[in-house]
Design a protein around this ligand. Structure first.
Ligand code: IMP
Ligand code: MG
Length: 410
């Protein structure tokens, strides 16, 4: 059985926590795209872990994880994450693999990311991890893949800098130890094995679907799976993950961003929701829940169920605003226009729902949620036409409510 997860907003929806939660019975977790620009923060029994490359399901001792073909691998970050596991007493021998089709982030990619960001009149706020340049090399057919390591590099003469070649020589043996052919691996899996695919970033940062040009350089939606020797036909469940409000790191439109007079709410959400970038340490921008963006992501990804995170962050609010459309120069939009010029002028149209003003952090069952919190969830569900099956009410693994298919229509 193959289940895939993906973020439906601008990243940081709590994918790491949800993947960890659903991985307890999984055999394999495959991260299918992105690189060390991603940051997944996990809290289990008060211990905190953060991963950028290694899939979140690694914390369960029965799982094996694969850094998939669609990824770009930073070997220094990978090394540090292995160290983190070792220090935490988590054994990873024969549990971590890297697809030999994955591309390698070179030192020159990081330099190029920096230089390009400096030159651009419009800044993207890149993570400076070399991601854009590594994917650009892949598209220009000058990229180096894990399967190239230790081989004769002569054919890359003219496109590979000396410093990059030395870096590759230095890391060849280390990375090759984890290398595996992803097709072979998947072909040998038994039909009863459970595979979870883990996305990185969010749908609105997707190169094709996102708020271009303010996006990352790889696929963040289901399109990313296709680079991983997996046919969409094989996927039985697509879990879309979103949080109860919107956040974004870096530049680009965030249609529902809090205004100056919402500074107190910003500060409260920022602290309670721990809205600081795991990768860059930057404060995330915050806004109200944008249902238009979510609808777009849900329809384009074909999400079959949803996981709502950070519900507890809204606990103290008297009213909860959700965006149900946009307005620009007298025209109403019920969907997201493509052009940035137009996007940058859109004004959100809100529906205001009643807040529940009751703590949810300790709630373990759907029935125990405050009635008004359930009403909020129903409203979102009705708008998106996809059931919300998981509700997260805090960062710990056990602060997660599973709602069965027959549970909670009221
Ligand atoms: P890049 O992925 O480093 O090229 O950065 C491109 C844009 O994507 C920037 O605005 C980053 O802040 C954003 N970004 C990249 N990875 C993440 C993530 O994991 N969460 C949130 N934003 C991200
Ligand atoms: Mg993150």
């Amino acid at each position: 059985m193959l289940v895939t997860t993906l973020g439906l907003q601008w990243g940081d929806e709590g994918k790491g926590k949800i993947v960890d939660y659903i991985s307890r019975n999984a055999d394999w977790i495959i991260r299918y795209a992105g690189g060390a620009n991603a940051g997944h923060r996990l809290i289990v029994d008060k211990n905190e872990y953060s991963f950028h490359l290694i899939p979140s399901g690694i914390l369960h001792s029965n799982t094996r994880v694969l850094l998939g073909s669609g990824m770009v691998i930073d070997s220094d970050v990978f090394r540090k994450e292995l160290q983190q596991l070792k220090q935490s007493g988590i054994s990873y021998e024969n549990r971590i693999f890297i697809s030999d089709r994955a591309h390698i982030v070179l030192p020159s990619h990081k330099d190029k990311d920096l230089k390009l960001e400096k030159k651009r009149a419009y800044k993207l706020g890149v993570t400076k991890k070399g991601i854009g340049s590594a994917y650009a090399s892949k598209a220009q057919r000058t990229g180096i893949r894990v399967c190239d390591l230790g081989k004769d590099m002569h054919r890359f003469k003219g496109v590979l800098k000396r410093s990059d070649r030395i870096f590759l020589e230095h890391n060849a043996e280390f990375l090759s130890r984890y290398s595996i052919n992803q097709f072979e691996l998947l072909s040998e899996l038994g039909s009863d094995e459970i595979v979870i695919c883990e996305g990185a970033q969010g749908f609105m940062l997707d190169l094709d679907y996102g708020s271009y040009p303010y996006v990352t350089s790889g696929p963040t939606g289901l399109n990313g799976i296709a680079a991983n020797c997996i046919s969409p036909k094989q996927i039985s469940e697509i879990i879309g993950i979103f949080k109860a409000y919107s956040t974004r790191v870096g530049e680009g439109p965030l249609f529902t961003e809090f205004k100056k007079d919402e500074k107190d709410t910003f500060e409260y959400y920022s602290e309670k929701g721990h809205e600081v970038g795991t990768t860059t340490g930057r404060l995330r921008r915050i806004g109200h829940l944008d249902l238009v963006v979510l609808k777009y992501a849900v329809v384009c990804t074909g999400a079959t169920s949803l996981a709502l995170t950070h519900l507890d962050v809204l606990d103290t609010q008297q009213a909860v605003k959700v965006c149900i459309g946009y307005e620009c120069d007298g025209t109403m939009y019920s969907y997201l226009p493509s052009s940035y010029a137009l996007q940058s002028k859109l004004k959100p149209v809100y529906k205001t729902l009643e807040g529940w003003q009751n703590p949810t952090e300790h709630v373990q069952k759907w029935d125990a949620l405050p009635q008004k919190a359930k009403q909020f969830i129903h409203f979102v569900e009705d708008f998106l036409k996809v059931p919300i099956r998981l509700v997260s009410v805090g960062p710990e693994r056990n602060q997660t409510i599973y709602r069965g298919p027959n549970e909670g229509s009221t």
